[in-house]
Ligand binder design. Structure first.
Ligand code: ATP
Ligand code: MG
Length: 329
């Protein structure tokens, strides 16, 4: 049996190159060596208000983009979290073994809560639901971007705490980050990671942006006060552009340095535009084909949910019996 991976994306907005380079590109590579479950995590999305019709549309758009990026639905499951009720049920059971202090320490919670007048309880418990997503499938490995490292540590802590309290139940999962592109930064502010939910017209490059818009955004990207690439003194904006190029091109460090050292920023940006457009164009073509046939996409989501359901149900049964809650015989 192949080891299993699980990972997800929130349908909170337009998927961007950070989601692709940090997570989805890695999934495409790993899906042949692992039994793979890729999830559109809509129950996570609603920890912040989502306009219902728009959420519905984003769920299907996110699923279509997974396939367009190269996830093969004959090999991997592409599922919507809310179609498998076990996620929410396990989340409650795990909430009861998770200290509030562990959740209040999460930097994503602190960042997102700081921007709100009233903080929903769901935003605080978000990482418990994430732990439930992963532990429900006894995943061995979780390919994510670097911003999820802290939540992954928490997932491991919750699994270990449960195992210590109730006996060995969960596989304790490993985190898998990509070598390049694990943390793509905002083009307008290279101190902040690129995010779907961040504001600013030039913040992110969406996977569905037309080439002319990609060029416009990249040419405006924040750099620093040097005129050209200096590997000793470069700031985070230039570093970000170089790593975006490297992640799309696959060049090694030596080739990068030889080509880009001393290059003026205008020329660097043109190279990045070319690499990003070349990487994204085939994704956009496949996306157009996939969305032309909505019945096909719904079929993939239905079949995947049916395929993963028995795995989820069997873990949930085990957890309930370990905890002693009353279940049907
Ligand atoms: P939101 O702003 O709604 O939280 P997001 O852009 O952070 O959106 P998520 O759905 O939270 O996207 O994360 C999906 C996956 O993409 C995760 O594996 C996450 O680690 C990865 N990811 C998100 N942003 C980046 C980024 N800037 N660089 C690399 N990976 C990223
Ligand atoms: Mg996020």
């Amino acid at each position: 049996m192949r080891p299993r991976i699980f990972s997800g994306v929130q349908p909170t907005g337009s998927l961007h190159i950070g989601n692709y380079l940090g997570a989805i590109k890695n999934w495409v590579k790993l899906q042949h060596d692992y039994e793979s479950i890729f999830c559109i995590v809509d129950l996570h999305a609603i920890t912040l208000y989502q306009e219902p019709a728009e959420l519905r549309r984003k769920i299907e758009q996110t699923a279509a983009l997974f396939l367009a990026c190269g996830i093969d639905p004959r090999e991997s499951s592409v599922m919507v979290q809310s179609m498998v009720p076990c996620h929410a049920e396990l989340s409650w059971l795990l909430t009861c073994v998770t200290p509030v202090g562990w959740l209040e320490r999460m930097t994503q919670y602190k960042d997102k809560a700081a921007k709100l007048e009233s903080v929903g309880a769901g935003l605080l418990s978000y990482p418990v639901l994430m732990a439930a997503d992963i532990l429900l499938y006894q995943a061995n490995c979780v390919p994510v971007g670097d911003d999820q490292s802290q939540h992954m540590e928490l997932t491991r802590d919750i699994a270990q705490r449960f195992n210590a309290l109730y006996g060995d139940t969960f596989v304790v999962p490993e985190t898998k980050l990509p070598a390049v592109g694990a943390r793509v930064m905002g083009l307008d502010d290279p101190e902040k990671k690129m995010s779907k939910s961040a504001e600013g017209a030039n913040h992110a490059i969406a996977l569905l942006d037309p080439p002319a818009l990609i060029k416009k955004k990249l040419m405006k990207a924040t750099t620093d006060s040097n005129p050209a690439v200096d590997y000793e003194t470069m700031g985070p904006g230039v570093q970000n552009l170089l790593s975006i190029f490297q992640a799309f091109s696959g060049w090694d460090d030596a080739a990068m340095k030889q080509h880009f050292a001393g290059m003026r920023y205008g020329d660097l940006k043109k190279s990045v535009v070319e690499a990003v457009v070349a990487g994204i164009e085939p994704i956009q073509q496949r996306y157009a084909e996939i969305t032309a046939d909505p019945a096909y996409l719904r079929g993939v989501l239905d079949e995947s949910a049916a395929r993963v359901m028995p795995i989820a149900a069997s873990t949930l049964d085990l957890v309930k019996s370990r905890m002693g809650v009353y279940t049907a015989r």
